[in-house]
Design a protein around this ligand. Structure first.
Ligand code: FES
Length: 240
C-alpha cells in the first residue's frame, strides 16, 4: 500500500473497521460505485463501503446525498428512519437533517436554535453512467476520480443489475473472481457458461490512467437465457 496522505489522516476510521489503518486510508481515497442510479429513487438506501455504513438518498431536486449512517444525536442508524421531502428523519427522536447534512429541527426543543455541530458527515458524490459513486476520504494531492468507463454511456451497452453479492471473503478474493474468466464454463452453466469452451484464449490487459482494461469475448451457451436477461422484450427471443 502507498504512503498515507496527510489530508486523509483526519478522516476517522469506521467503528469495527476490519482493515489495518494503512489499508483503509489507502483505499478510502478512491471512488467506488455504491448503488445503481435507478435504485436511489424515493427512499433512502443503506450501503456499506470499506466497513463504513452509509445512507444514500435523492432529493426532490434529484441531488444524490451520501452520508454516514449515524444520527449525530445518540448514534442511531439513519437507515431506521425515513425521508420526508429533502430531509432525513431519525427514528429515535425525530431529528431532521437536510441535504448538506445539517440538522434542521430538534422536535423536543423546537424554539431553540439548532447547533451547527449537529451535522451529519456527508461525502462527495458523482452520478455517472447509471451509477452512484462516492469517496470516503478524498486526497487533494492525488487526483483519483471516477474511472473512464465509456460503455456506461453507450446506449447499445447493457449493464446487468444484479444485486450486490455478499460474500464472506476479502475484497481481493472477490476481485479475483470477477476477473477470472476460467470459471465461466464451470459455474455459470445455468446462464451463459459454455461447458464446451473450457479453454481460456489469450487476451490483452491494457493499463489505463485509472487501472486496467480487458475485452474478453465469450460465446454464451444459452443465448435465450442471456438475451432474456439483457433484452426481456426482444421479439427474437422465441426463435432462440
Ligand atoms: S438518535 Fe437520532 S434523533 Fe436521537
Amino acid at each position: 500500500m502507498s504512503a498515507v496522505p496527510e489530508m486523509s489522516r483526519t478522516v476517522p476510521l469506521p467503528h469495527h473497521c476490519t482493515y489495518s489503518e494503512a489499508e483503509w486510508r489507502a483505499l478510502a481515497r478512491h471512488w467506488y460505485p455504491i448503488a445503481y442510479s435507478d435504485e436511489v429513487v424515493s427512499k433512502p438506501l443503506a450501503r456499506t463501503l470499506l466497513d463504513q455504513p452509509l445512507i444514500v438518498y435523492r432529493t426532490t431536486g434529484r441531488q444524490v446525498v451520501v452520508a454516514r449512517d449515524l444520527c449525530i444525536h445518540r448514534g442511531v442508524p439513519l437507515r431506521l428512519g425515513w425521508q420526508e421531502g429533502d430531509e432525513l428523519v431519525c427514528a429515535y427522536h425525530g431529528f431532521r437533517y437536510g441535504a448538506d447534512g445539517q440538522c434542521t429541527r430538534v422536535p423536543a426543543q423546537p424554539d431553540l436554535p439548532v447547533p451547527k455541530k449537529l451535522c451529519l458527515e456527508t461525502y462527495a458524490v458523482i452520478e455517472r453512467g447509471g451509477l452512484i459513486w462516492t469517496c470516503l476520504a478524498p486526497d487533494p494531492s492525488n487526483s483519483s476520480t471516477v474511472p473512464d468507463w465509456p460503455e456506461l454511456e453507450d446506449p447499445t451497452f447493457r449493464m446487468l443489475h444484479d444485486p450486490p453479492p455478499e460474500w464472506d471473503v476479502t475484497a481481493g478474493r472477490q476481485l479475483e473472481n470477477f476477473i477470472d474468466v476460467g470459471h465461466f464454463s464451470w459455474i455459470h452453466t445455468g446462464t451463459f457458461g459454455n461447458r464446451d469452451l473450457p479453454e481460456v484464449a489469450p487476451y490483452d490487459v491494457v493499463r489505463t490512467a485509472t487501472g486496467f482494461h480487458v475485452d474478453y469475448p465469450y460465446l454464451a451457451a444459452n443465448p435465450r437465457v442471456v438475451v432474456a436477461r439483457l433484452r426481456p422484450d426482444d421479439p427474437t427471443l422465441d426463435g432462440l
